[in-house]
Design a protein around this ligand. Structure first.
Ligand code: ADP
Ligand code: ZN
Ligand code: ZN
Length: 661
């Protein structure tokens, strides 16, 4: 009797053998129902063989092979295998997390019918290419086998137009395109542009906000080769696409391509592997590429393509000025030159955007009499004051409490918000500009994609004079009447403990600055700072990403940080910090550690957010100057760590290429 080797959605690095009445090698990639423990599960057949390491009599009988869905293709299984090996994640988990939920259910409802059709969309003709766009497009050979390109293009330089042309050429040869974007609900504009350019084509989206049925329908369309273009967030990188001919990753530097829980992977990095595996081109685009990609372009592993000017010749890059707040009077954090600049925009009927990357009213509520501050009971973090609904809220675990009227420890009535967030800024601006229409845009005011679309419509409809917002406003939108961007509170990130903070700050400020002056109206960016001499700001004023990146890369090289070193992080969490640290200490002293000279393990330390939702968290960094050395070490280390006897309440995970510390 044939033996099925089946991958199940379990955190175990092994396959499970079952016998089947009849099965052939053609069933590899099919879903199958199998008994497991006391119940049944759906798994994926990875191999059909004649023998098992176990006595056949001990193997259970597999249930139905679900042949109504065609088998998952070999390249898709290989992609999951790569991700499993690279990220030290169980193969079954990688494979099954990639499938729509409905397919994995033991009792599967009859397949819901329904076709994927595009909603009618106004067609948009393609503009004439700029000279730079033509050069870029000429440099990409779609017939070539694997090639990786980094498209570095300033905001508004017409990167999207380059994507659309490449997509067009790829579709013309009968192939599918995968277009990855950071957060789908932040990019309805892009989706609209894609649909408008290709009204005859089937465009499907894949992201976590889709209802289950729609996601399954879209996934099936991609898998069946019916969808021509798949537009999705990071999870879409694991979509089987039989005719895949091109991958585009927009805003490739964005940290939302990194999954931070469950299976911790970088969709951008998996995308590069996938393109390599399939022998197709991949294009990574950004106005502020990640240093990893920039270094790859410098070393010519990626071809660097540049768009240095805005596509619309009328639209100039905004003038960036620093406001040295050490010598200025501030009104609730807002300087007089910024106030004057906003007033001027109001008079001219133009829009302003005030950027403050901190939502809520104030980051903390404090009592001056006894020193009480609003702390989260479950986390090592403050509760943020939200005056809009009078709540104190933990931005890490979601804990909420009512705003106390008096100090909970000393009864003092005089408790004060400390610092400021977007709500407080909005209140102040409204008091100062009573006739202005002010719109606050952050995760509190925009929770769903629908709300976001409504908000965008209002902004475009000229419904707002002043926008107050967090980084939600920074990404990829065109606001033609926006001519002023004011930046508050950016200094905090200059000296953050996280060595990636400057890279992120620069990208964020470049993005938000890029909102200004997208059309004929000249844009201006005013950055309030107490450190006007900081090189990061000098680079912003000069729109000098390459110079900034070169300086940061030099620093990283000297310090031996990525991309000049390769890292993996072992994290443990437990009710007590001592237990977490003890576990990590044991892990750092395992015999396998001594066998791998090329890998350095640092001391276990508490994480920056040392307590989250009542769990104390520690981490242990493993580092090597050689990727192969680290990759050779990790599976052996992981196996040894799995064998450590840990307290019942301790959880741990291993993250390869961690982004946050
Ligand atoms: P990016 O993606 O680099 O921010 P976009 O592709 O959104 O830039 O282009 C910015 C603006 O320039 C858009 O309004 C777009 O319609 C316009 N644009 C792009 N390419 C051209 C072109 N070749 N000719 C005229 N306008 C263009
Ligand atoms: Zn008090
Ligand atoms: Zn909390």
């Amino acid at each position: 009797m044939p033996v099925l080797r089946v991958a199940l959605d379990l955190p175990l690095h092994r396959l499970f053998d079952y016998v089947a009445e009849s099965a052939s090698p053609e069933d590899v990639g099919c879903l199958v129902r199998v008994p497991f423990a006391k119940g049944e599960r759906v798994g994926v057949i990875v191999e059909v063989v004649d023998a098992s390491a176990w006595p056949l009599a001990q193997l259970k009988m597999a249930g139905d092979i679900l042949r109504d869905l065609p088998p998952l293709p070999g390249d898709f299984l290989a992609l999951c295998e790569f991700a499993s090996a690279y990220y030290q994640a169980a193969f079954g988990e990688v494979l099954l997390q990639a499938l729509p939920a409905g397919l994995k259910r033991v009792a599967r409802p009859a397949r819901r019918s329904g076709r994927t059709t595009n909603p009618p969309e106004r067609t948009a003709p393609a503009p004439e290419l700029t000279a730079e766009q033509s050069v870029v497009l000429g440099a990409i050979d779609l017939q070539a086998r694997f090639s990786a390109h980094l498209l570095y293009g300033v905001t508004g330089s017409g990167k999207t137009e380059v994507y659309l042309r490449l997509i067009e050429r790829t579709l013309a040869t009968g192939e599918q395109v995968l277009l990855l974007v950071p957060e789908i609900n932040l990019t309805p504009q892009l989706e609209g542009r894609v649909r408008a350019r290709f009204p005859e084509r089937v465009v499907v989206s894949l992201h976590s906000e889709l209802a289950e049925a729609a996601r399954e329908r879209n996934w099936r369309a991609a898998f069946a080769g019916e969808a021509d273009i798949v537009l999705g967030t990071r999870l879409a990188i694991f979509t089987p696409m039989p005719r895949l001919g091109l991958i585009v990753v927009d805003e490739e530097h964005d940290s939302s391509f990194k999954q931070q829980d469950g299976m911790r992977y970088s969709a951008r990095d998996v995308a590069v592997f996938r393109a390599h595996q399939r022998g197709i081109p991949i294009l990574l685009g950004s106005a502020t590429p990640s240093l990893e990609s920039w270094a790859n372009a410098q070393s010519r592993r990626y071809a660097l393509l540049t768009l240095s000017a805005r596509a619309n010749p009328e639209a100039k890059l905004p003038a960036v000025h620093l406001l040295d707040t050490r010598r200025m009077v501030l009104h609730d954090g807002v300087s007089e030159p910024l106030i004057a600049a906003i007033s001027a925009r109001l008079e001219r009927g133009e829009q302003s955007l005030v950027f403050l990357n901190r939502r809520g009213y104030a980051p903390v509520l404090a009592c001056a009499a006894c020193g009480w501050v609003s702390r989260c009971r479950r986390c090592a973090a403050n509760l943020v004051l939200h005056l809009a609904d009078r709540r104190l809220r933990c931005h890490h675990c979601g804990f909420e409490a009512r705003v106390p009227k008096v100090c909970p420890t000393c009864g003092n009535q005089d408790i004060h918000p400390f610092g400021r967030g977007t709500q407080r800024l909005e209140v102040w601006l409204q008091e100062h500009f009573p006739d202005a229409r002010i719109l606050r845009v952050d995760r509190d005011s925009v929770k769903s994609r629908k709300q976001w679309e409504t908000m965008l419509d209002r902004i475009h409809g000229g419904d707002a004079d002043i926008l107050v917002g967090t980084q939600m406003l920074a990404k990829g939108h065109d606001f033609p009447k926006l001519t002023l961007v004011g930046v508050l509170g950016a200094d905090a990130a200059l000296f953050a403990a996280d060595w990636r903070a400057p890279e992120r700050l620069f990208a964020q400020l470049m993005q938000v600055a890029g909102r200004a002056g997208r059309a004929e109206l000249m844009g201006e960016v005013l950055i309030q700072t107490q450190y006007p001499d900081h090189p990061l700001y000098a680079a912003l004023v000069g729109h000098d990403y390459p110079g900034f990146a070169a300086a940061l890369l030099r620093e990283r090289e000297q310090a031996g940080f990525p991309p000049y070193a390769f890292q993996a992080m072992l994290r443990a969490e437990a009710p007590e910090m001592a237990a977490a640290i003890a576990f990590l200490t044991t892990a750092s002293a395992l015999p396998v550690v001594r066998d791998h000279g090329g890998v350095v393990l640092y001391d276990p330390v508490p994480m920056k957010l040392s307590r989250l939702a009542n769990r104390e968290r520690g981490q242990l960094l493993a580092e090597s100057h050689s990727r192969p050395a680290l990759q050779a070490f990790l599976p052996r280390w992981r196996e040894a760590v799995e064998a450590i006897k840990a307290p019942a309440k301790l959880r741990w995970h291993l993250e390869v290429d961690p982004l946050e510390f």
